[in-house]
Design a protein around this ligand. Structure first.
Ligand code: DX5
Ligand code: ZN
Length: 218
């Protein structure tokens, strides 16, 4: 079944615990946590301290998206802070296989993410090692950007490989996700839908999650 992962990047940070409780009660499946370092992407956001602080407020898996250089250096601390999934950028990993193995060794699910302009062919050799493959549908760094439709073809290509190799990894999409774009991604093969400004921009988060759920119904 399709999953919805609200991105707390667009939440009210002074009320973070309540914001998470609200989306959990509204039926969210994962909590998506955007970690940015001001180097790999132009923005600076959340670190392991916040992951540790929110860990006790939810039973949902914490889906930690590392938009940072040298991710190897931070795998241990994010795992120990309570991440359930750690996702690293293809573009930030010099020795990608080593990094993915290091995540798995911590007993955490291993995710890989590619930017919209990275050819999907690059991830094929490592696909069988992954628990999650994330497709950026905006250039990472900020919430509220417009969906880049060219990524749909990349998703479809990878979905074909997933079928050919009989893999059961999840495909996730992140950036510009609203009901209309979610439906397109669902059709292309996506299982997990990250959505930030659409969910947290609405006073009624349940209504937003319900609208997404309706758009991606099996
Ligand atoms: C962008 C982040 C996203 C962001 C999505 O770099 O990775 O998770 O929060 O925000 P929306 O849904 O507003 O595009
Ligand atoms: Zn993200």
């Amino acid at each position: 079944m399709s999953k919805i992962a609200p991105s707390i990047l667009s939440a009210n940070f002074s009320q973070l615990g309540n914001e998470i409780a609200e989306v959990e009660a509204a039926g969210a499946d994962y909590i998506h946590v955007d970690v940015m370092d001001g180097h790999f992407v132009p923005n600076i956001t959340i670190g392991p301290l916040i992951v540790k602080a929110i860990r006790p407020v939810t039973t949902l898996p914490l889906d930690v998206h590392l938009m940072i250089d040298n991710p190897d250096q931070y795998i241990d601390i994010f795992a120990e802070s309570g991440a359930d999934i750690i996702t690293v950028h293809y573009e930030a990993c010099t020795h990608l296989h080593r990094t993915i193995m290091a995540i798995k060794e911590k007993g955490v699910k291993a995710g890989l993410v590619i930017n919209p302009a990275t050819p999907v062919e690059m991830i094929r050799p490592i696909m069988h090692e992954l628990d999650l493959l994330l497709f950026m549908t905006v250039n990472p760094g900020f919430g509220g950007q417009a969906f880049i439709p060219e990524v749909l073809d990349q998703i479809k290509q990878a979905d074909q490989w997933r079928k050919d190799m009989q893999l059961d990894l999840e495909f996730e999409v992140d950036g510009g996700i609203v009901p209309k774009t979610a439906a397109l991604c669902k059709e292309a093969g996506i299982d997990v839908f990250v959505s930030g400004s659409y969910i947290f921009g609405k006073a009624d988060r349940k209504q937003a999650i319900d609208a997404l759920r309706e758009a991606i119904r099996d």
